[in-house]
Design a protein around this ligand. Structure first.
Ligand SMILES: [Zn+2]
Length: 410
């Protein structure tokens, strides 16, 4: 735009450098550009001087000072000229916003603010700008498989403590596509709408849990796609059931005698792990437990038997195994296991779809992305609002394109 550096001032307070002000002015012979069409345009008038925060130099807060011109564009009328380092009324240069946003992936927002001599608010606004740009410029073509899931966050079990997330889980690409508050039908409808009809029409696989509102919306809106119940969710339902049996039995044993209760002590994690992965003393204890006639041992055995299900190649044999397993679970007299069996029976076709889709979708993707989300929501970013957390999730997991002006300092 034809700029001339006018002066650089180092401002000090009590002998300490406080800020650097770089004042620039426009080159008299070069016309300003319209901020809409970027065409050189005759000048109109000049606005008062503004200050933009720039990337700190030598650890000193640095500002650009400039009095923007207004120009008179034939097409767009009197507008503020195009300023390459600025976006709208934001008081931070694009370079600094990109710089803060990139650091905000590595540090918490509060740490980022402290390290680069600015406020939490400035970091928040910078990440917001970065994410908005990324969402506006991302490509959604070629999304063939999505995973839909609910995430719990914060304290309590109110509806507002859940998020609905939509991931892309194609083997070639995994990323967060959408996040919304609550886990109702309308949340998911909203999310699919946000992705757009083109994306929804192109979906071939949808992976989800057995959460009823999701099942209904997926059947209604993404009918053409193969709906798969995720392996990770089924395994976690089984684990929860084993844990319920263990806890109930532990209470019963403790009421009877202390030595009997010893058998179940410290067994929560060994019981939830895959049997082949339990080692050392826990393994011996597990063996002893399994030799007993305890209900927990039977529940564990059912859970462990179910892991064979995933090894089938043929859908028919897998279906036969599922029937056999459910029959055994129903006869086990363990209410939590019976509950899982009923649930699996009710959703048998969707569970068997897993075998039809397993080569196409990246298995474990939903689980992996969920774990990453937990890292972001738990890490002390100092989120003050839901909106801030939503932005952080897109920022860390959305694999969004980045504005070019973002300085690659890190
Ligand atoms: Zn124009």
């Amino acid at each position: 735009m034809g700029l001339v550096y006018q002066q650089v001032r180092l401002l000090c307070a009590q002998g300490q450098p406080e800020s650097i002000e770089i004042t620039v002015r426009s080159h008299g012979g070069i016309r300003g550009r319209c901020s809409h069409c970027r065409q050189p345009t005759p000048g109109y008038d000049r606005l008062p001087e503004r200050r933009w925060l720039f990337v700190p130099l030598w650890g000193i807060a640095t500002y650009f000072c400039y009095a923007p011109r207004r120009v008179e564009c034939g097409q767009h009328g009197v507008v503020v000229e195009y300023i390459p380092w600025s976006d709208g009324k934001r008081p931070v240069t694009c370079a600094m916003m990109g710089f803060l946003a990139l650091w905000a992936r590595r540090l918490s927002w509060r740490e980022t603010a402290r390290a680069f001599l600015t406020s939490w608010e400035a970091v928040y606004r910078s990440v917001e700008w970065f994410v908005e740009w990324g969402l506006a410029h991302r490509q959604l073509q070629g999304v063939a498989s999505i995973g839909v899931d609910e995430i719990h966050w914060g304290r309590g079990l109110r509806a507002d403590n859940f998020l609905t997330v939509i991931y892309q889980i194609d083997a070639a690409r995994r990323r967060l596509l959408w996040v919304g508050k609550r886990r109702s039908q309308s949340t998911l409808r909203h999310g699919l709408k946000a992705l757009g009809p083109e994306v929804v029409k192109g979906l071939r696989f949808v992976c989800s849990d057995m959460w009823k509102p999701y099942l209904q919306v997926i059947a209604a809106e993404v009918g053409q796609a193969l709906h798969v119940l995720d392996r990770f969710h089924i395994v976690s339902h089984l684990n929860q059931a084993v844990d319920q049996v263990r806890r109930a039995e532990s209470t019963r044993l403790r009421a009877r005698s202390k030595t009997a209760a010893q058998q179940l002590k410290h067994m929560r994690w060994p019981l939830l792990r895959r049997g082949s992965r339990v080692r050392g003393r826990a393994r011996q204890k597990l063996k002893a437990l399994l030799a007993s006639k305890l209900a927990t041992a039977r529940a564990w055995d059912l859970k462990e038997t179910f892991s064979h299900f995933w090894k089938y190649k043929s859908v028919i044999w897998a279906g036969a195994f599922l029937d056999y397993w459910c029959f055994r679970a129903m006869r086990s007299r363990l209410a939590p296991m019976q509950k899982v069996a009923r649930m699996l029976r009710a959703h048998e076709p969707l569970i068997l779809n897993w075998f039809r889709a397993k080569d196409e979708i990246s298995s474990g993707a939903v689980e992996g992305l969920n774990n990453k989300i937990r890292v972001v929501t738990r890490r002390s970013y100092g989120f003050r609002t839901y909106k801030a957390m939503e932005i952080a999730l897109y920022h860390n997991l959305g694999r969004l394109p980045e504005p070019e002006s973002a300085h690659r300092f890190c």
